[in-house]
Design a protein. Sequence first.
Length: 331
Amino acid sequence: MMWHKTQRRYERQAEDDSLLTQAAGQGFRFVERAGVRLCYRTDGDAGGVPLLLVMGLGMQLISWPPELVQGLVRAGYFVIRLDNRDAGLSSHLPHLGRPNLPLAYVKSIFRLPLRAPYLLSDMALDCLAVLDDAGVRQAHLAGASMGGMIVQLIAAMHPGRCLSLTSIMSTSGRRGLPGPVRAARRVMLSGPKPGASQEELLDYSVNVWRVLGSPGFPFEEAQLRQRIAAGLARSFNPQGTARQLLAVAASGSRVALLPQVKARALVMHGRQDPLLPLACGEDCHRLLPNSSLRIFEGMGHDLPHALLPDFVSMIDAHCQGRSVPWQSVLP
């Protein structure tokens, strides 16, 4: 099967009504905003403390580790997760075209204007539409990587919706901050070879996480392959990931916005992050007026299983206004 046929098959899968019906039966809910269908899920008691989790580039709501979600539910949170537009079971938007990422990268280097079919601010409004549909006026916000950028925008531009902000392995987008290491940049701008089989897609994805993952907390490949396979079976949209990446680049920095955030903020970052180096998290901490910074030794650009109890305890303490503990599990 050729690659473009594989792409069309997965895009059709995300749009198929029978799949959406099945997804609704599995606890996924749908809301539409400005012609974009958004898929989300809630876990925990609706009377609990609302907490919105926003995932990163190309990732799905199922990418949040179940142990993290359930740990937060046990702590009393009403956890809301969504598939960002162009990912998961939310609308795939192939009519918006295939981005030329190498050209966009060159333009960004020379500070030339970038045009994107949507921006991070649109994705922030998607999140608010999900909260509205879930009956939540205000929520604690936590986002990873690109998701961190999105929740930063909500906290700055829609302060009445934000109870607290947790920015995980993210950045302000400030020019001059260190960029990805060469291997991380290469893997982010590449893709599976044309005509890739399912097994080759799995191999490619495992290699991506081998480059981006935590050197102090190596993953178990069998478990990782199982999670990746589940994600591929649910949805696969590489062009959508490219459009999300273009949205990140075209949205510019949040340097002027972050000092306006009034909510308490927690910045969590890995010391060994190869995609968004630690300096990116430290910059967010400096810009956010009422923030705490927690640096994780041995952590790259992922959510290591061994650190999930620490993540739960830190996010819980932060949301409750208590002193945020430090990393307890070391590599």
